[in-house]
Design a protein around this ligand. Structure first.
Ligand code: PLP
Length: 408
C-alpha cells in the first residue's frame, strides 16, 4: 500500500487507500482541520462493531470482555504511540478540546487567585478559552507569550514572562494556522526551570512528527483522533501518573467510581476517574488502527514529504501575483497559510471550492493570532500523506482562475 518517499510528485500513500478520495475528484488540502479516513481504519471499526461490540467494563459475558479488551488495547497502543510510561497515563476524551478542559478543571482547581497561566499567541482557541474560563472562575491571570515576525515563538519574551512564575504553561507543539513547529523540548525545560507545569497541545503535531512525552518530559499532552486519520469523537489526554493521581474528577457518573453511596462516593483511580459514562469505544478502536496506519509509513518519510510539499507549494504560490504567504517559521509542519491581495479569504475559499480544491479559510480558531497579524484570516492549505504536487498544481491553477474572475 505504501509507496516511495519524496519527491512529492507521488503521494506517500495512494489516494485509493482513502475511499472518499477515490469517490470524489477533489484536491483535499484540509487535513489540518480533519484528515480523511483510510480504508484500514474504516475496516477495523466496521469489524469491531460487527463482531466485538458491547458496552465495556461492567459486564462479565465474553462479548463485553472482548470489547473491554479492544478498548484497553487501544489505550495501550496510544501509550506506545506517545512513548508514555504506562497505559494508565492515557485518558480517552471526546477530542483535544475536552482534554484541555479536563486539565483546566481538575488540575486547575488547585490554582489560587493572583497566580498566572502562560499561553502563546500561536494557540488554537482550544488552548486559550478553557484557561480564560479557569482564570474567571478562580481569579487567575492569563499571559500570552508573543511571536516574532516570522511566526516563531519569541523565546526571550517567553523567558521574561516565566520570571513571573506561572503555575502552568500551555503551549502548542505545532500551530494550526501558520504551521510553526515550536522548540517544544526547550520550552518545556525552560518552563520547568521556572517551576511551571506544562501542557502540550499535540493536535497538529500528532499527524506530522513523532511525539515522545517521556523525552520531552511534558506534564500533560493532548491530541485528537480525527486529525490523525482516525475517527472523530475521540481525543487523548496524557498526564504524568503522579499528577493524574493527585487530581480530583471533573465529571461524575458511571464508570469513574469505586463505590457510590449517599453517605459518600469513592472515586476510581486514573484513568477511569476521568472517564465518566460510556466512553467512545468504537472510536478508540479506530484510533488504534489510525496509529498503526501512520506508524507503518514512518516519521522520516512523513516529515520529508511535508517538507517537499511545503517547498513546492511556496514556489508555486510565489509565481502568482498577489499571493502573500503568512509566516516564515524556522521549522514547520505541512501547512501553508497565505492571503490573496484584495480578496477576502472566504471568497477565495468558495471560488477554490467550486474547482474541487478544499482549503480552510478564516481565522482557523486562532483569532488572537490573526489580530496580532492584523488579518481577518488566511487561506490555509494543509497536507496529508495522500497529497502530491498535483494537488498543489490544482490549487495554484484554481487561484489563478479565481483571481481572473475577481478581476473582471
Ligand atoms: C492546534 C489545535 N489544537 C486543538 C484543536 C482542537 O481539536 P478538537 O476540535 O478535535 O478538539 C485543533 C483543531 O483544529 C488544533 O488545530
Amino acid at each position: 500500500m505504501i509507496e516511495q518517499a519524496s519527491p512529492a510528485s507521488s503521494p506517500l500513500v495512494p489516494r485509493d487507500a482513502f475511499p472518499l478520495l477515490t469517490a470524489r475528484d477533489i484536491a483535499y488540502l484540509d487535513s489540518a482541520a480533519s484528515a480523511q479516513k483510510p480504508k484500514a481504519v474504516l475496516d477495523r471499526m466496521r469489524q469491531f462493531y460487527e463482531t466485538s461490540y458491547a458496552n465495556i467494563h461492567r459486564a462479565v459475558y465474553p462479548l463485553s470482555e472482548a470489547a473491554t479488551e479492544a478498548y484497553e488495547s487501544a489505550r495501550a497502543r496510544v501509550a506506545r504511540f506517545l512513548k508514555a510510561p504506562s497505559a494508565d497515563s492515557i485518558v480517552f476524551t471526546r477530542n483535544a478540546t475536552e482534554a484541555v478542559n479536563l486539565v483546566a478543571h481538575a488540575f486547575g482547581s488547585r490554582f489560587k487567585s493572583g497566580e498566572h497561566i502562560l499561553v502563546t499567541t500561536l494557540e488554537h482557541h482550544a488552548n486559550i478559552v478553557p484557561w480564560q474560563l479557569l482564570c474567571d472562575r478562580q481569579g487567575l491571570d492569563l499571559m500570552p507569550a508573543p511571536i516574532d515576525v516570522n511566526g516563531d515563538l519569541a523565546l526571550e519574551a517567553f523567558d521574561r514572562l516565566l520570571e513571573r512564575k506561572p503555575k502552568l504553561v500551555a503551549v502548542t507543539a505545532a500551530s494550526n494556522a501558520l504551521g510553526t513547529r515550536t522548540p517544544i523540548k526547550e520550552i518545556i525545560a525552560r518552563a520547568h526551570r521556572a517551576g511551571a507545569a506544562v501542557l502540550v497541545d499535540g493536535a497538529q503535531a500528532a499527524p506530522h512528527f513523532a511525539i515522545d512525552v517521556t523525552d520531552w518530559d511534558c506534564d500533560f499532552l493532548v491530541f485528537t483522533g480525527h486529525k490523525l486519520y482516525g475517527p472523530d469523537g475521540i481525543g487523548v489526554l496524557y498526564g504524568k501518573p503522579a499528577l493524574l493521581a493527585s487530581m480530583p474528577p471533573w465529571q461524575g457518573g458511571g464508570d469513574m467510581i469505586r463505590t457510590v453511596s449517599f453517605a459518600g462516593t469513592e472515586y476510581a483511580d486514573p484513568p477511569q476517574r476521568f472517564e465518566a459514562g460510556t466512553p467512545p469505544i468504537g472510536p478508540a478502536v479506530g484510533l488504534a488502527a489510525a496509529i498503526d496506519f501512520i506508524e507503518a509509513i514512518g516519521w522520516d518519510r512523513i516529515e520529508a514529504h511535508d517538507r517537499a510539499l511545503t517547498r513546492y507549494a511556496l514556489d508555486r504560490l510565489a509565481e502568482i501575483r498577489g499571493i502573500r504567504p503568512v509566516g516564515t517559521p524556522r521549522a514547520r509542519i505541512g501547512i501553508v497559510s497565505f492571503t490573496v491581495d484584495g480578496v477576502h479569504p472566504h471568497d477565495a475559499g468558495s471560488l477554490l471550492g467550486e474547482r474541487g480544491v478544499c482549503v480552510r479559510t478564516g481565522h482557523h480558531c486562532a483569532q488572537p493570532l490573526m489580530d496580532h497579524l492584523g488579518l481577518p484570516g488566511t487561506v490555509r492549505a494543509s497536507f496529508g500523506v495522500h497529497n502530491d504536487t498535483g494537488d498543489i498544481d490544482r490549487l495554484a491553477d484554481a487561484l489563478v482562475a479565481a483571481r481572473q474572475i475577481l478581476a473582471r
